[in-house]
Ligand binder design. Structure first.
Ligand code: GLN
Length: 392
């Protein structure tokens, strides 16, 4: 048999996406792979219909249709207080997933080290391996998910080329403060390294927390590569539209990687997405209020059942502690993945096992998302109530 590459032997398929398949098999409620169960804004669906009838249907410019680049640079430029050049500082990609891959392939040589927080969104590990880089993990310690800046400095000292920051953070809901980002930024400057930020949850943030754009911090723009997406902010995860923003020399490299990886994101969808970047501030306020109310509803439900969880400051994810279940005979020696599979089949709710996010040997946390209609959240809570009965 002809051999496969060593590369594909070094990581598994995505457990997040695998859980959706398991969930579908048992017809369970999908609180595993994070995506909303409601329609995108009607203006966007209308724009898509119009694009279907009027085009474009052929390739857009490889690094993104001009009107979409202009619209994104306008909105994000305002957010970071800088005029972004749509000709030089942005590339539109197939989701933030491609942006992250482009970022890593643009800056890493085989053997380079990249700092990745643990828990991390599982793509980063595979992205590092695919780009030839070696991930060095920096613990975000539950339940507060704080980190030790000295570990980051040690990583940079040992030659790490970049640090990946998911902010707000999937899966733990951490929102990095200005102070934390400034400290990391100072180290990136000192050691001449990049910060790669994944900011896809920038508009899903709660309470008094504030999203701080790393690229907006004084003097940091040249060190920051921002990966972002339209999936979460506009409820269009299936459109696969994302973008990378950064300094010109990085974007020049990323455009080449993108060109040969995918040529471009779907042109009718790019055309339809332009509409979104013209939405008023109230759109983002409403999105935030909607997710805040869903978070509160889901957390209240978990509290009523008595399931222990963190309180996410941002994102639509919650980590739930399953220690007390793992002590039951039924789950002795079972992994968190086996627990999640069991829950799909027997409780009718799908979660993602925490071990797919942690580098450390952590088996007692599972991740739920709450991007679901209130009725579905209530039904999920109702079903999860069955879990507690096991303890009696
Ligand atoms: N970000 C989402 C999650 O973590 C899903 C992303 C994906 O599957 N591409 O669940």
């Amino acid at each position: 048999m002809p051999k496969l590459s060593d590369r594909v032997g070094t990581f598994t398929d995505s457990v997040i996406r695998r859980m959706t398949r398991i969930c579908n098999k048992y017809n369970a409620i999908n609180l595993s792979q994070g995506f909303p169960d409601w329609d995108p804004p009607v203006e966007m669906m209308n724009a898509l219909e119009e694009a279907a009838l009027k085009g474009p249907h052929q390739y857009a410019i490889t690094f993104g249709a001009k009107n979409l680049r202009d619209a994104i640079c306008e909105k994000q430029g305002k957010a970071i207080g800088r005029t972004l050049d749509p000709e030089k500082e942005i590339v539109i990609t197939c989701g933030s997933t491609e942006s992250m891959m482009c970022a890593m392939m643009t800056i890493c040589n085989p053997g380079d080290k990249v700092l990745v927080f643990s828990p991390f969104y599982e793509n980063y590990g595979a992205d590092a391996i695919l780009s030839g880089a070696e991930p060095i993990y920096v613990p975000l310690v539950p339940p507060e998910y704080n980190f030790n800046i000295n570990i980051i400095e040690d990583g940079f000292k040992s030659g790490a080329k970049a640090i990946v920051i998911c902010n707000p953070s999937n899966p733990c809901g951490k929102v990095f403060t200005e102070k934390e980002l400034t400290e990391i930024g100072a180290l990136a400057k000192k050691y001449d390294a990049f910060i790669i930020t994944d900011e896809v949850y920038e508009h899903i943030i709660f309470d008094n927390n504030k999203h701080v754009y790393a690229s907006a911090l004084p003097g940091l723009f040249d060190n920051v590569i921002t990966c972002n997406s339209m999936s979460k902010t506009y409820s269009i995860t299936g459109w696969r539209l994302g973008y990378l923003i950064g300094p010109e020399r990085v974007v020049e490299g990323a455009r080449k990687v993108h060109d040969f990886l995918t040529v471009g994101a779907a042109s009718p969808l790019q055309e339809a997405a332009v509409t979104a970047f013209k939405f008023p501030k109230s759109y983002y306020d409403e999105l935030q209020a909607k997710y805040a109310s869903k978070r509160d509803r889901f957390l209240k439900g978990l509290d009523e059942i008595g399931l222990k969880h963190n309180i996410p400051a941002g994102t639509y994810f919650v980590m739930v502690n399953i220690d007390e279940f793992l002590e039951l005979d039924q789950f002795k020696n079972k992994t968190d993945l086996e627990f999640c599979e069991w829950a799909c089949e027997n409780v009718g709710v799908a979660a993602v096992p925490g071990s797919s996010f942690f580098r450390e040997d952590i088996n007692n946390l599972i991740r739920f998302h709450f991007a679901r209609s209130d009725e579905v959240i209530d039904e999920a809570i109702n079903r999860l109530g069955k879990l507690k009965a096991l303890l009696k």
